[in-house]
Design a protein around this ligand. Sequence first.
Ligand code: TTP
Ligand code: MG
Ligand code: MG
Length: 438
Amino acid sequence: MRRYRPYKNKIYICITPKRGVFKQKGPSFFVPAKRIYFYGDSAYNTHMSKERYIAHVDMDAFFAAIEQRDDPGLRGKPVIVGADPKGGKGRGVVSTCSYEARKFGIHSAMPISIAYRKCAHGIFLPVDAEKYSRVSHKMYDILYDFTPEIEPISIDEAFLDISASHHLFGGPQKLCQSIKSRIKDDIGLTASIGLAPTKMAAKIASDLKKPDGFVEVAEENLLDFLRPLDISKLWGLGAKSERLLRGMNINTVGDLAKMDINELEDLFGKNGAHFWNLANGIDEREVETACGAKSVSNEVTFDSDTSDKEKIEGALMLLCEKVSSRLRQDGLKGKTITLKIRLQGFYTFTRAVTVEVPNNFADVLYKEAKRLYNRFDTKGKRVRLVGVRVSNLFPASLQNSLFEKYTDKKIENIHKAVDKIKEKFGDTSIHRATQMEI
Ligand code: TTP
Ligand code: MG
Ligand code: MG
């Protein structure tokens, strides 16, 4: 029995991290965009710990699982959700299929005609986008009960930074298990979760034991976890780069990690260092919440490693200007200023200070960044890169009369004026006297 029924003939665009943009019949999926949370002295921040726990949650065979949930007759059967197969002549693609259908070699984005050839007795269903969207909302609702720090990735998956909130749920592992139970009990579906210190590792881990999986990668096992993985698992590595590396007999992440970073930079430019970092477990990317970034940062690599104090301080000033300007554009102020410093040989350090009053003034940022730099002992090594990050963010509109002095208002106006000029005439139009070309 064919259960496909033609759906409204509209094409919408949906974005997934795996395959980029794909066309979808029916209404576009809605991922909750905004929940307002204030960072700062919340329950979460008072429990701040140094370790990072990132969870990647991804529902199993999402569209197909929902159909199986709603029609018990479909359970245990090969269910294919997607375009109308039209007896093998259909022209669309498979959206997804149940794990039973995957045994026949069917997968997302496969032409529906091929799927039909592989499993003509399968149950082909149209995409009921509105229904899936409703379930997605419920999933996000559950996730937000565990942390506000959520980066929605697609209709069925998200990154969660649970570093601060896991204490409230008996630890990171328990928190993940509770998410799985809530999803099962409240929505009647299964999700797979990867828990790791970095986003990349969490994403890979969530995929390893699907369906209904939970894989944890502890900090101390991160490199062992990454080493045997195929290089295709590395985020952002395109097919061309992959071919190039395979030609050099670099097939696993471990092979890549052992390469000389300079050689990688020669091959891939800036991306070379990025790939090397990822392969070595260094992935500083943060979970970017729907209500905005958790931090604003900027960094610069010098043309050649340097010990020139004036040049480094000049670079810091320029970076603080940029960070300050971006904070004001986004309507944010921050309390924590972090200096990142990378020495020759790629040794990377961070030093942070938390000030009492949140602010976004370049002068204040620079004063703190410079102080951190002057206190830092490079042990005679030259500096390769410096960066400035402001985190612990508050909405700039949050006025605190205890802190806000008349002079602050005046400085803010001056900064706004400078931003306006830069907007009009470009970044290089206004420089402080101490700023230098870098
Ligand atoms: P995925 O999470 O990639 O896949 P899935 O949930 O179906 O299966 P898995 O257990 O492997 O995670 O995508 C989520 C939903 O997005 C999927 O159910 C259908 C839709 N989708 C498409 O419509 N087209 C696509 O090409 C992909 C990859 C997904
Ligand atoms: Mg999924
Ligand atoms: Mg997904």
